[in-house]
Design a protein around this ligand. Structure first.
Ligand SMILES: [Zn+2]
Length: 419
């Protein structure tokens, strides 16, 4: 076996001296850890922050799940791996294209690359939509595994590298809308670490709790206490533990609890006429109960003679809009794949979300909860925490500028000083 390490997207990763576990806490806004540390909810994380390394880093904009997971897992920006949301519009067909298929990702993940060099690796996700991209070209022949909690009862050894995920964790199959979905992922990670000692373990959770509960609410505290206990067990098993999030979360509701929404398709249709533009909400997926497909970032595609500059002029004046960019500016500013970007990008302020037409968003799933969601620049700050301190070279890098979450694997594999 060649143990000299790998190179991917311009970064050299050495062969890990001990297992490296990266946990992506979906919706894990830094405010949850801040509050949890203050209130004594997360003693293990508090210890990591004190004796290891902690910073708040930049995630990607749009601050959505798939782009950020792929940036972290490939160690590259969206312009390299190509996944800039759950949806974009195919200009040739006029159809909205789901961006979660493995054929659309333009890079292998760090896990996949290590597996092809003979390492045992594993990735476990809450939702199945991430699984196939994370596992693209992964070699499962040497004990590597790639499965989701969502499909924990239908793992096939050939496709996922695991015979029975329910037996592995000793837990029943969790509901899609529960904190147990994430705890299942973490428990699977602990068991895989103990049984297979993978070189790299990637664990991606779900933001069910963060969409519903603010930092300090009892349900959020319970979830963070349960997660913290599992982070402690990962540490006790000897792993380098790296914690981050795909995005943060903000309350985007009015004082009376109703969602504060700009229904952008309706606004554009009223001004420019029906059929002259298409608003795509790239947060949309099959699981929209807790946010009604409303986020802080949308793409506008102009048809016929509609000029993007006119759209920008109109949109930039709407209350609740933070910024509106033409494609070239957005691509440059957020390092996006140009061929998958709209003609105009619209980003909301922290307290406002942006939707398409009123009819496109079913908010009945909120059931009286305030709308908490993400997607904007204001939700792109994420934790960047390691359970060991940095070597001098990496400490200097961290001191010189704000880190980006896609550097986390580099820091966890190459940057920590092990005892
Ligand atoms: Zn997410």
């Amino acid at each position: 076996m060649d143990r000299s390490g790998i190179e991917l997207n311009g970064v050299a990763y050495r062969w890990p001296a001990r297992p490296v576990v990266v946990v992506v806490i979906d919706g894990g806004d830094p405010a949850y850890f801040e509050r949890g540390v203050r209130d004594g909810i997360v003693p293990n994380v508090a210890r990591f922050m004190k004796t290891g390394f902690a910073a708040v880093a930049d995630g990607d904009v749009p601050s959505f799940t798939c782009p950020n997971n792929m940036s972290i897992a490939t160690g590259s920006p969206q312009s390299v791996h190509g996944i800039s949301g759950n949806f974009y519009l195919d200009r040739d067909t006029g159809e909205a294209v789901v961006m979660t298929g493995p054929e659309l990702i333009r890079s292998r993940t760090i896990m996949a690359e290590f597996s092809r060099h003979g390492a045992t690796v594993a990735s476990v996700t809450a939702k199945d939509k991430l699984r196939r991209q994370l596992g693209k070209d992964m070699d499962l022949s040497r004990g590597s595994a790639n499965f989701s909690a969502e499909c924990a009862d239908e793992c096939g050894l050939e496709e996922t590298g695991i015979e029975d995920a329910l037996a592995l964790t000793g837990m029943p199959k969790p509901s899609m809308y529960s904190p147990e979905l994430s705890l299942f992922v973490l428990e699977a990670g602990i068991r895989l670490l103990a049984e297979r000692q993978p070189a790299i373990l990637y664990l991606s959770l779900t933001d069910y709790i963060q969409h519903k509960y603010a930092p300090g609410e009892p349900e959020a505290d319970r979830y963070y206490r349960n997660m913290d206990e599992k982070f402690g067990r990962l540490h006790d098993l000897g792993a380098v533990v790296a914690l981050t999030a795909d995005h943060g979360m903000n309350d985007k509701s009015n004082a009376d609890g109703s969602p504060r929404v700009i229904r952008l398709q309706d606004v554009l249709d009223a001004r420019f006429g029906t059929g002259t533009s298409t608003v795509i909400c790239p947060i949309t997926d099959r699981f929209v109960v807790h946010h009604g497909a409303l986020g802080g970032f949308v793409r506008v595609y102009c048809h016929g003679s509609l000029d993007p500059a006119d759209v920008i002029r109109l949109v930039a004046g709407l209350p609740g809009v933070e910024s509106a960019y033409d494609r070239a500016t957005a691509v440059r500013r957020f390092d996006l794949p140009a061929d998958r970007e709209g003609d105009v990008v619209v980003i909301g302020r922290p307290d406002t979300c942006i939707g398409a037409a009123e009819a496109d968003h079913d908010l009945s799933g909120l059931k009286g909860h305030r709308l908490r969601t993400h997607g904007a620049v204001s939700e792109a700050s994420v934790p960047f925490i390691l359970n060991y301190p940095l070597r001098p070279e990496y400490a200097a890098r961290a001191a010189s500028r704000r880190l980006e979450s896609h550097e986390l694997f580099d820091f966890a594999i190459n940057g920590v000083a092990l005892p």
